[in-house]
Design a protein around this ligand. Sequence first.
Ligand code: NAD
Ligand code: TYD
Length: 353
Amino acid sequence: MTILVTGGAGFIGSNFVLDWLAQGEEPVVTLDKLTYAGNLANLARLQNDPRHTFVRGDICDRPLVARMLATHRVRAVLHFAAESHVDRSIHGPSEFVQTNLVGTFSLLEEVRAHWNELSGARREGFRFLHVSTDEVYGSLQPGEPAFTETRAYSPNSPYSASKAGSDHLVRAYYHTYGLPVLTSNCSNNYGPMQFPEKLIPLMILNALEQKPLPVYGDGGNVRDWLHVGDHCEALRSVLTHGRPGETYNVGGSAECTNLQVVNTLCELLDRLSPRTSGRYSELIKFVTDRPGHDRRYAIDATKIRRELKWTPRHSFATGLEQTVRWYLENRAWVENIRSGEYQRWIDKNYLAR
Ligand code: NAD
Ligand code: TYD
């Protein structure tokens, strides 16, 4: 038996694949389109590992997905593939609708056809795990209780709207067709191999190049940070012990304002890689806010903690230090990524701010 991982060359997907194969012997087949965010270097360690097969392709390519499901006798699908960056969804929403909504629909259709062909224990045990986000719930006021699984959806960006739509489709496939789906909605992840368009790696790399650290608005927006390793553990638990049709919120219980995160990163870098003169926090620059910028996200992870006995192992302080060290020690990975496309994105998003 095999698991199929979509988007397994991206940040969370590649951490998941490496983690999965470090913990057991069950093979993985990865399907990834290798967009700007997909990076085979993330999976380089598996190049000669017979337990891993990499297929470059699109989740919207239904014949390809059908072949992969049948050939590899897939018993579970972990669906990470997505366009994942809010700022990019503001500049160009169409890819988000295509991959996140239409792509998830295409995948569900092929998975349903595959599952319909199964019988007995293989049919009973089959799972489709949809990896989603807390952003579908919209924005919290200060002091408001954190998001539980029953919170009404209220997405505010093209990214979160496309993920919300995909969550609804996944839910419908359970209720209408009985497809054994599971959905997880997690908070902001951080850790090794995150593409440096997202807050934490962007700030680390800009700082190391003595470039401005662009904080949107007043820097008071709050995110609830989750280490990617803790997220991978949560997903393994949901896959193994989660109840079909249920959703599970996953969060690190580490609410921080963006300014707190950036200041902590500056302090870590002052210690681990000091500037020749001055401190990194001198590079902080407040820039024009993101349109529709959600003020606060926070996850109430009571359900997954209680039902699946999952608990995060990393504190934000230790996880952040480990992450900074990873970027300091993996300069070749960083250089490999910062191609023309990356530079074009940086110019598009930041020059006019
Ligand atoms: P990422 O952008 O780093 O990786 C996405 C991967 O999907 C890339 O490898 C890309 O090549 C691949 N991909 C994109 N379109 C594809 C397509 N049409 N067909 C096949 N592959 C395609 O994203 P990530 O941060 O690893 O996020 C993974 C999942 O987790 C996403 O579904 C995202 O919505 C969700 N999520 C992420 C976070 C976070 O903080 N990063 C938080 C909550 C939820
Ligand atoms: P991001 O990493 O893009 O994740 P998300 O939008 O999915 O939460 O951004 C995290 C927070 O950091 C968000 O409030 C926006 C803010 N931010 C900045 O202030 N400056 C930046 O350059 C970026 C990329 C993000």
